[in-house]
Design a protein around this ligand. Sequence first.
Ligand SMILES: *Cc1c(COP(=O)(O)O)cnc(C)c1O
Length: 386
Amino acid sequence: MSVARGPKTTEHQIRLAKSCLGEMEKQAVLGVLDREFLGMGAEVHEFEVILTAFFERPAICVVNGTAALHLALQACGISRGDEVLVPSFTFVASFQAIAATGAIPVPCDIDPVTYTLDWEDASKRVTAATRAVMPVHYAGGVGDLDGIYSMAHSYGLRVVEDAAHAFGTTTLGRRVGSFGDVACFSFDGIKNITCGEGGCVVSDDDEVLEQVRRYRSLGLLTERNADPTRGVLPKIDVREQGWRYHMSNIMAAIGIQQFHRRGEFADKRRELARAYDRLLGDFETVVSIPNDYEAVVPFMYAVRIDGDYDIPAVRARLHADGIQTGAQYQPNHNYTLFSGRDKPPLPVVTDLYKRLVVLPLHPDLEVEDVEYICERIGEALSATRS
Ligand SMILES: *Cc1c(COP(=O)(O)O)cnc(C)c1O
């Protein structure tokens, strides 16, 4: 391996993930502060216009990705007692968004190669109460999304895609979010583009769109009959439970600038993931997700370590070498709130978690950092073989 570069200082860790912000984002925020309109106004509208053009169908901005999922489910009519199929291997946000509607998240197993929803396993968990399926595009890849849609179609289920990891990814020539039932994105601090926090719902179902717009603003229904010149107030009504889930102009101002940098970010993420693929290809026991980085914009880089290694010791060594690692995600069916619904069992996700190591990936890393990380992984593996 070529000369590899270590962390810049001893206390400097190579971060697993981070926001990448520049002067444009700072100026955009200052612009909002100068105009003294911080709520949902011109910047949010502009960001929605940009995203709508990008996805070629309406995008509605909300306060975060979890809210996007919650609102999308509510707008699809998911409510108390309904069941929603979801991979156990996801951020707890997917499960909590389902639970927020009163519905029950039903943990499903994952495909052993892509770590995305195994639709055959999911189909075995369908009951009379099942109303929807929530595929999660793990690390940016979508797995067999067409298979998931076929399964959903055959059982008459709504599909709410948790596309939090997949901003910019395409599959079979189509951009994620530009097709299908409803897709939800997150713009939290470490996602492919960020607003600080933030998210959006994308769909071409007019009823879903109208309801998401209403529910994000406390369910307010406002008639356009106001006439301030005659002192006539708008007629307002509230008929359903809504939430305070709108996006602010500060967030949108950051998001607009980040959107313009999406190509630069995607190129860098792809370059780094390809470098990992190339360098880890030498290690027989380190298994990466075989993504096509022409299509996938990688959000994370996860490896499974096969064989008899002491994984906590591998993590500790990497930590000592200044390399942060992650383990996204602990299976959700192991959380107290969601336990007891893992019958039949979930062997793939249960086994994966013990052997999963997530490696640093963000646009401020360089290929030299990836070389350093891979070199240290090699050393950690030789040192910890049991
Ligand atoms: C980030 C994320 C979310 C939630 O998005 P927030 O904007 O953080 O609320 C949902 N699902 C997955 C898989 C995520 O990674």
